[in-house]
Ligand binder design. Structure first.
Ligand SMILES: [Zn+2]
Length: 164
C-alpha cells in the first residue's frame, strides 16, 4: 500500500516539475513585462525588440527601442516590431510605421504607469510621438485615416531617432 502512494506522489511531483519547467521556458521566450529602456509596462500592441550586442532587448515601442541603436552607424538594426492589427511580431524592416497618431499607447494621458500609478507627463517623452508598426501598408493607411499621423519607413524612423 505504501509503495502505491509513493508512486502516486512521485508521479505528481514529476507533473508539477514539468509544468514549472515548461512555464519558465515559455515566459523566457516572451517579452518581459517592462521595457528594458524606460521600464514602462510593455503594451502588447507596440512591443518592439532590438538586437543589441547579439542580445534581444525588449522595448515598449519602436521609438524607445531604436534609441538603443543610436551609436550603431547608419544601418538600421535588426529588430522585430508588433504588427498592430494582428499582434504578431514581424521583422521591423518589413513594416511601415504610423508616426504621431492620436493614440500613444506608451504615454497617453489615460495610461497609468508603474506601481505608484503616476501618470506620465508629456513635456519630454522618449516614446513620443508614437510610432505604430504595420506589416501591410494598406493597414497603415487605413489606420492613419482614422487616427492621423504620417506613414514612414523603418529606415526613416531609425534616422529620426538617431538625430534626436
Ligand atoms: Zn520604453
Amino acid at each position: 500500500m505504501k509503495t502505491i502512494w509513493l508512486v502516486v506522489l512521485l508521479a505528481l511531483l514529476a507533473i508539477v516539475g514539468l509544468g514549472i519547467y515548461r512555464w519558465s521556458r515559455t515566459s523566457a521566450e516572451r517579452e518581459p513585462a517592462a521595457c528594458e529602456v524606460c521600464e514602462r509596462p510593455i503594451h502588447r500592441a507596440t512591443a518592439f525588440s532590438i538586437n543589441v550586442d547579439s542580445r534581444e532587448v525588449w522595448a515598449c515601442c519602436p521609438r524607445c527601442g531604436l534609441s538603443l541603436a543610436r551609436g550603431d552607424g547608419d544601418r538600421p538594426p535588426q529588430a522585430r516590431a508588433t504588427d498592430y492589427p494582428t499582434g504578431r511580431l514581424v521583422p521591423a524592416d518589413h513594416c511601415v510605421f504610423v508616426e504621431g497618431a492620436d493614440i500613444a499607447p506608451c504615454c497617453s494621458p489615460d495610461v497609468i504607469v508603474g506601481a505608484e500609478k503616476v501618470p506620465t507627463s508629456k513635456c519630454f517623452d522618449r516614446c513620443y510621438p508614437s510610432a505604430i508598426a504595420f506589416e501591410k501598408p494598406q493597414d497603415a493607411a487605413d489606420y492613419s485615416r482614422k487616427h492621423g499621423g504620417t506613414i514612414v519607413s523603418f529606415e526613416t524612423l531609425f534616422r529620426e531617432v538617431k538625430k534626436s
